[in-house]
Design a protein around this ligand. Structure first.
Ligand SMILES: C[S@@+](CC[C@H](N)C(=O)[O-])C[C@H]1O[C@@H](n2cnc3c(N)ncnc32)[C@H](O)[C@@H]1O
Length: 248
């Protein structure tokens, strides 16, 4: 079914929208397969399937080397007036299924979501100094990095909804079209509509995390090779990795 290449690892990109996350993982070296409940004609990954993410994960998750998921954030965000979008269950449900599959995974969401903040990333930590867009990432390997705190010396760009957010330093100074141009520039994304942009993860974030994921996959492979060649067979090391049948 999938056209997974043999020369690079594959990543399943759940709740993919137009593929802000996908583009970053591609830059990190992954072949990326996206899934979204809605048709996504602008998807930036390598393959796209319109389907329910959880059902797809159960049926196909174990065919990929790694998995990323961006469940809807509307019921977790602090920036809207509280209302029930009806999708809050998707984050814990996704985590439960991911944990049962045993492949390395990353879940992304907004500050306020019920998840561990292994990484809290913002545009100012990359070469996106104007972008204020904090996102949390929980990882199956409990990733950790010492990162600088948020610092935005220039007027900040926030990308929510359709227009110029209230309180923005650009309000009254530029029109909506010009703000959309600034928003695309700030996010490092040039292929999305304004609606898609408002939902996206800047590719710089997942390029960074994709590098970490590559290291995790490399470490698993090295452990797997050792286990296959007899080292540690029957130990907790060989039990923690897949890919070979231990000699007993
Ligand atoms: C926050 S956006 C993802 C943004 C994307 N990761 C990016 O970087 O561009 C969430 C997406 O989840 C999709 N979605 C909502 N419920 C879904 C479901 N049950 N199965 C698959 N996709 C779903 C929405 O259509 C939306 O495109």
């Amino acid at each position: 079914m999938f056209k997974l290449p043999i020369d690079r690892p594959s990543l399943l990109d759940l709740f993919c929208c137009a593929g802000g996350a996908a583009r970053g993982y591609q830059r990190a070296g992954f072949y990326v397969v996206g899934v979204d409940i809605k048709h996504q004609p602008n998807y930036a990954g390598d393959e796209f399937y319109q389907a329910d993410a959880l059902q797809f994960l159960v049926e196909h998750g174990n065919q990929f080397d790694a998995i990323h998921a961006s469940p809807p954030c509307q019921d977790h965000t602090r920036s809207f007036t509280p209302y029930d979008h009806g999708t809050a269950h998707l984050l814990p449900d996704t985590r439960n299924i991911l944990s049962s599959i045993g492949k390395p995974w990353i879940i992304e969401n907004v500050p306020g979501a019920p998840m561990r903040a292994d990484f809290l990333l913002c545009g100012c930590m990359f070469k996106l100094p104007r972008l204020r867009r904090q996102r949390l990432f929980e990882t199956s390997w409990r990733g950790f990095a010492l990162l600088p705190p948020c610092h935005h010396p220039d007027p900040i760009v926030t990308v929510v909804g359709h227009g110029i957010p209230s309180g923005s330093p650009y309000l009254g100074k530029v029109n909506g079209k010009e703000y959309s141009r600034l928003a695309r520039l700030a996010m490092g994304i040039d292929w999305m509509t304004r609606d898609e942009l408002a939902q996206a993860i800047p590719p710089a974030y997942t390029e960074y995390l994709g590098g970490q994921l590559m290291n995790v996959l490399g470490a698993n492979r090295r452990l797997s090779n050792k286990a296959c060649s007899g080292f540690g067979v029957g130990s907790s090391v060989s039990n923690s990795v897949g890919g070979c049948t231990p000699n007993r």
